[in-house]
Design a binder for this molecule. Structure first.
Ligand SMILES: Nc1nc2c(ncn2[C@@H]2O[C@H](COP(=O)(O)OP(=O)(O)O)[C@@H](O)[C@H]2O)c(=O)[nH]1
Ligand SMILES: [Mg+2]
Length: 319
């Protein structure tokens, strides 16, 4: 995972260290008295090239442009004209980078998913949003499985009434897990299906409704209108945006659009198992201020992991 991003960040740390060491050497050599300088400073000029290269690398790793600019600015602030211990250059650069990236990965509000489910009014309504193929339906099955492991009862709402086979896909996944799917026929009103599922949950005291939705392109006004209607009718506890990490900037743009139009509460990034770039994971929280609550790491029912920014940082910056 994220090998390409890691390689580029490693290269940045290496180059910054090299530049600082070079400078330390020069300083020592030009000292007439031969007094060894213990501290070294990197000037704006020293940093210019290294940061420029990092900027290009981040963009090539699909980090969103605004997030890239923010990272570069903050790194410059942290590194420029700071007294760095000559023996700890690498450590200093790496820690500065980690601090900057941690800031970028920090949402305005963290969500402890299971705690939130436990403490929310029942039935909890989870509406999954995102474009076709991003992984909504398979993610719903994974989240349901996790909820059942935590002793919550669940029901599915087959709210993707648009795509051929969508209702069957969810129903089959439900059957495999022993979960009932509330469905109408293809082409029916999505909001009505989800409403029915909520009524079903109320009547049977089911804890959580997981609602699938259709995902025609987010640029289509009618999709957003449909999502708004769904939200008006179902009053979601959480609106969860599901994005495909492999689509990089597109996933970030989609999240921003859904957030602007409907307002999302949380993010799940799928297909992280195949993501070498890591750019969407690095940018999506900064661009929306919403937390990534889970990541999909494969096609199995258990291939859903909590997203931990510390873990992600360990993956993309050397220890
Ligand atoms: N490798 C991998 N594949 C995934 C992951 N999540 C979903 N997929 C695959 O992505 C494809 C589309 O998923 P689906 O749930 O149907 O997307 P939807 O159109 O948004 O409902 C399917 O083939 C899934 O198996 C993941 O985390 N890793
Ligand atoms: Mg689907």
């Amino acid at each position: 995972m994220f090998q390409s991003l890691k390689k580029r960040l490693d290269s940045f740390i290496g180059k910054a260290e090299e530049t600082a060491e070079q400078k330390a050497k020069l300083t020592v050599e030009t000292k007439v008295k031969g007094i060894l300088k213990r501290k070294i400073k990197l000037s704006e000029r020293d940093l210019e090239n290294i940061l420029w290269n990092l900027q290009l690398d981040l963009i090539q790793s699909d980090v969103a442009v605004e997030t890239t600019d923010l990272i570069i600015e903050r790194l410059k602030e942290r590194l420029r004209d700071r007294e760095i211990d000559k023996d700890k250059i690498r450590e200093f650069v790496r820690n500065s980078l980690r601090e900057v990236l941690m800031d970028v990965l920090t949402p305005e509000r963290d969500i402890d998913f299971i705690e939130l489910i436990r403490n929310s009014e029942k039935p909890v309504r989870l509406v999954f949003l995102g474009i076709n193929g991003s992984g909504k339906t398979s993610t719903i099955a994974k989240v349901a499985h996790l909820l059942m492991k935590n002793n919550f009862s669940v029901v599915f709402a087959a709210g993707d009434t648009f795509r051929a086979g969508a209702i069957e896909q969810l129903t089959k996944l439900g059957e495999r897990l022993g979960i009932k799917t509330i469905a109408h026929h293809k082409g029916s009103d999505s909001a009505a299906v989800i409403y029915d599922a909520i009524e079903h949950a109320k009547a049977r005291k089911i804890d959580v409704v997981l609602a699938d939705t259709a995902g025609r392109m987010q640029t289509k006004v009618n999709l957003m209108d449909e999502m708004k209607k769904i939200c008006r009718v179902s009053k979601p506890t959480l609106k969860i945006f599901v994005g495909d990490a492999l689509t990089g900037n597109d996933a970030v743009d989609q999240a921003k659009t859904f957030n602007r139009e409907i307002g999302i509460d949380a993010i799940i990034l799928t297909k992280m198992d195949a993501d070498v770039k890591g750019g969407s994971a690095l940018s999506i929280t900064n661009e929306t201020k919403k937390p990534i609550i889970f990541m999909g790491i494969g096609q199995g029912i258990d291939d859903l992991k909590e997203f931990d920014p510390e873990w992600f940082l360990d993956k993309i910056t050397e220890k």
